[in-house]
Design a protein around this ligand. Structure first.
Ligand code: NAP
Ligand code: 12T
Length: 340
């Protein structure tokens, strides 16, 4: 890491992802010269801790980015569409967590374990996009296999935690669960149906093709990050009553044959991956084990016996850490080391 230190803004600092970004900057000892916490007028004046100091949250305005080097945005797509270009114009590189810029051809979409070289493309707009949480953990697990055997097709079903929707959704699952076990009436604010003791095959909005936007993010973002539009991908995304960590059942068909043992060996040395796969000992990836750490856990690796070249696996990662904040801070580290 270079000796230089940076002026860093965290936009949406009071949110679920923003809070984790602050923690990741501290944990990873990012070279911060000054830090600025931005949010809406609702939380202006609140204080948050950074490296032992109290820092006031400021309302984000057009002037917030003067003198800043890097801004980590996690304050929603609308906010990002409006303020990212303003930050970039002020010379502050934006790393954005919303879906607003991900498919813009002039904005790199980066998972450091897969396409770190793409960061270089930030110069076009001054913006780098952080992929969707479900996509990040999938490409971390699949890229090593794709490079070795060529993935022709991916069929994925997700089991996604409520923390992906933000702070209010975490409270909704907690409050509904407490109401249910006390035989009380529950309230619905965030999700269209009860999430406690239920599964909802509905994440983000429905599109004209009958898929959800979350499902189409997995299709389009995966191709962009793996730099291969020939991969066939189909997804079903489901919200489950879990607080932290998304799980995914992934089926792949490859060009070249690969055994389950070879996949296990390949993933054991893959960056960002931890193989947890010993069914004799009842060991497989669990959301409660993935939460609070940064590795993507992969297990239940087995042959798809219905086709010649197929593999099934179960992939779990902390959606707020690797799925959002950690990945964004890793991108910031590449920027800081190589480009700024
Ligand atoms: P959250 O807990 O609801 O927090 C939202 C944050 O945005 C709060 O800090 C809020 O500030 C701030 N905010 C809202 N409107 C704003 C405005 N007009 N100006 C400035 N700040 C504003 O949500 P979250 O889960 O942290 O998610 C935030 C963003 O991250 C979303 O864009 C979401 O798409 C993205 N995200 C990405 C992933 C991923 O897959 N990589 C995962 C989860 C979330 P106040 O406290 O003032 O309201
Ligand atoms: N609606 O970053 O609700 O595009 O879990 C991530 C998570 C959007 C995103 C969710 C969402 C995104 C969710």
């Amino acid at each position: 890491m270079s000796k230089r230190k940076f002026n860093v803004a965290v936009v949406g600092a009071t949110g679920a992802v923003g809070n984790q970004m602050i923690e990741c900057l501290e944990e990873r000892n990012f070279p911060v010269k000054t830090i600025k916490f931005l949010a809406s007028s609702r939380s202006a004046g609140r204080t948050l801790r950074f490296r032992g100091d109290s820092v006031s949250v400021e309302e984000m305005t057009g002037k917030s980015f003067k003198g800043m080097d890097i801004a980590l945005f996690s304050a929603g797509g609308g906010t990002s569409l409006e303020f990212s270009p303003i930050a970039a114009k002020a010379g502050c590189v934006v790393i954005d967590n919303s879906s607003a810029w991900r498919m813009d051809p002039d904005v790199p979409l980066v998972v450091p374990e897969v396409n770190p070289h793409a960061v270089a493309g930030y110069k076009k707009k001054g913006i780098i996009a952080n992929p969707n949480c479900s996509t990040i953990q999938m490409v971390v697990a699949l890229n090593p296999i794709h490079r070795k055997c060529g993935i022709k097709r991916i069929v994925v079903s997700t089991y996604q935690a409520v923390s992906g929707t933000g702070k209010k959704a975490i409270h909704e699952l907690y409050d509904q669960t407490r109401a249910m076990i006390n035989f009380l009436d529950y309230k619905k604010n965030v999700y269209p149906h009860r999430i406690a003791f239920n599964c909802l095959p509905h994440i983000d909005v429905f599109l004209d093709n009958g898929y959800t936007k979350e499902e189409m993010k997995m299709v389009n973002e995966t191709r962009k990050i793996m730099e291969d539009n020939s991969i066939g991908i189909t997804a079903t995304t489901v919200r489950v009553p879990v607080f932290f960590s998304h799980s995914e059942s992934i089926n792949i068909e490859t060009e070249k044959y690969i055994s389950a043992d070879r996949v296990r060996a390949l993933l054991k040395k893959a960056p960002g991956v931890k193989v947890v796969d010993d069914v004799g000992k009842k060991l497989y990836p669990l959301p409660i084990d993935a939460a609070g750490q940064d590795l993507t856990l992969v297990g239940r690796i087995r042959q798809d016996e219905s086709i010649p070249n197929g593999i099934n696996m179960w992939v779990v990662a902390d959606n707020i850490r690797k799925g959002a904040a950690t990945n964004a801070v890793q991108i910031a580290e590449i920027l800081a080391e190589k480009y700024l």
